[in-house]
Design a binder for this molecule. Structure first.
Ligand SMILES: [Zn+2]
Length: 176
């Protein structure tokens, strides 16, 4: 997973998670990206400073592991933020995400569970969904654990049908 800082043509800044840079290009090319603040479809990547240690101070492999550790920590923080600030809607996620998207209910951050198919449908409708990072690995989600803790996990445009969740992109919220 990769996180991009994104900008719309009105310079609104927001974040998006993608499987890889090709996933960003595909979604961008298909016009699936939109600014959560003004709804503009003119979305581009903001320039980001890479989070690496000072040049020459550590070996490349140490730098890489530090980078991976930071990524894991950032993912954990993002997940905590979502779980603390967003409404968990369980398997009503696709329904609730649509209501928000079509303005039938107040805009808010939600998270919950959805199948790969449901996520794909949402993405095709232009609903902003994003995977919740730091989620339970594939295989740990059985169909019988719905009563347990929320386990959002998936990626946008996921093709396989056995991953079960997605999260609503925080509209205009920043992870800090
Ligand atoms: Zn905007």
């Amino acid at each position: 997973m990769i996180k991009y800082q994104l900008l719309c043509d009105s310079e609104h800044e927001f974040e998006g998670w993608f499987r890889d840079s090709a996933d960003f290009d595909a979604q961008s090319g298909d016009g699936l990206l939109e600014c959560p603040i003004c709804g503009s479809g003119e979305v581009r990547k903001a320039v980001m400073a890479p989070a690496v240690a000072k040049r020459g101070s550590v070996s490349p492999s140490a730098r890489k592991s530090a980078f991976l550790r930071e990524m894991a920590e950032a993912a954990g923080r993002a997940r905590q933020y979502v779980e603390k600030n967003f409404d968990y809607v369980g398997d009503k996620f696709p329904e609730e995400a649509r209501k928000i998207h079509y303005g039938e209910t107040d805009p808010r951050g939600i998270y919950g569970e959805a199948t790969g198919r449901e996520v794909k449908d949402l993405v095709e409708e232009g609903v902003s969904v994003a995977p919740l990072p730091g989620a339970t690995p594939k295989g740990a989600n059985s169909k019988d654990d719905k009563a347990g803790a929320p386990r959002p996990a998936s990626s946008v445009g996921e093709r396989s049908a056995d991953k079960r969740a997605a999260t609503k992109t925080p509209a205009g919220k920043k992870l800090n």
